[in-house]
Write a protein that binds this ligand. Sequence first.
Ligand SMILES: [Zn+2]
Length: 496
Amino acid sequence: MAARARRGDNSKRTLFVTHPHCAEHRIAHHPEQPKRVEAIEAAVLAHFGERSADFAHDPSPPDATAEALGRFHTKKHLSKLEGLFDKVEESAQAPLMDPRRGRTKRRTMLSIDEDTAVMPRSRAAALSAAGGACRAVDAVLGQENYHSAFACVRPPGHHATPSRAMGFCLYNNAGVAALHARATYGIQRVAVVDVDVHHGNGTEAFFRDDADLFYASFHQSGDDFYPGTGLAKGAKQGFSRGRELSVNGAKVAGETGINNNVVNCPLGRGAGLRAIRRVMEEKILPALSAFAPGLVIISLGFDALAKDPIGGLNLDPHDYAYLTRSIQDAAQCKLISVLEGGYDVREIARGAVAHVSELARLAKGAKPSDDLRRLRGASVISELSSGESWGSEQSYGDEDDDVNTLVANMSLDSVADGAMARSPTANRMSMDSVAERPATPPLLPQPPPRRSPRGVSPGVLPVEYGADGSPLRRSPRVSNGHAVASQPPPAMPRIE
Ligand SMILES: [Zn+2]
């Protein structure tokens, strides 16, 4: 790729990192699905097109090394995951006889907890995800000297603690990248700002004990929202009442870190940009600025979007441009972002375009401070998205249905955004293009919000899945083992 060939003149460019392996980890009827990265990649590439002066794409980052993974994760965790990968890969090669059904079938998935499972391609995806995050670090801190980089990878990472996989996450990609930056480039202080709707308990579990690491997060809290960690400093209610408890295996108490290097800003359901701006500008950004990191990593979850089927916050895709520039402005250092959650496929593609566009704009020298008072500004993305019904409901199945239509629509959005984003007048004009858009699908009922906690995970309980992909397990929230092709998708896991 041109990305690697153009050394020395990348300081005003953003690198977009993807890997085909990241679309190969596929758990049937799971909201954390391959289309998430496919849609983002299609939309971002369509948006930037030939504008290679701003942007480069690396679709083949190397796998994360065992050394890199071992900086964040325990040996036990790594060996347990390796064992699961080995087992599911072997099982997929060796059909088993199911005596109850009297026929052979393949065990194609193994569950780690109610939300988290591996299948035969999970090893490749997870190594590419963590490797992609490290590649982003190399791009900005190494000789290539990119301004910024976005690792569009999955499975996500921020719930994975040093010692366990959970919440859809196998390796903690952002955490591994942070430690890679320190070990490889001598960066003393690394910050992670987590904008996912969920608290990144896994990242915090490592960062809280190291004064040279900083973790800040706003996230939905209350109503038993997953994962239950992330209470603010001084919180007097709930489980943080001065006691140290274990929630999903992670110790929680105070949650301020060893040196006030953890900043948690829990928000109630329904909080939108105004509330998020308040906690960003009163708590997170000043603390980030005072920490003076040598690298800032955005744990870039798009499940804080209003249309997300899991999260209950109320952001607009374009608000991710605000988050991007405000974090860059406060950190005043190199920036990478690593994809975490976000489950409305169309919306996350819009959020990603807003994010990468803002990175490209900042790379060219735009002053973030100039825009901090602007709320949604010329939000082409938000206007185009209003009233539409694209959502994850369409995407739960395994069939590769709407991706082409999605790409076509995103291209249109991207053109409008790129051409019109500079003035409200132009922005209004862009609405003309809405009439030319293909008909949108009919409104589908929204699933109820998923707010219950996972509780204490039962641990590693290998579970068989049928040949049709339906899990043969006892949870009331999943299929009872019958074919599900003609049924509505089962209740989806509630977290990421
Ligand atoms: Zn999330």
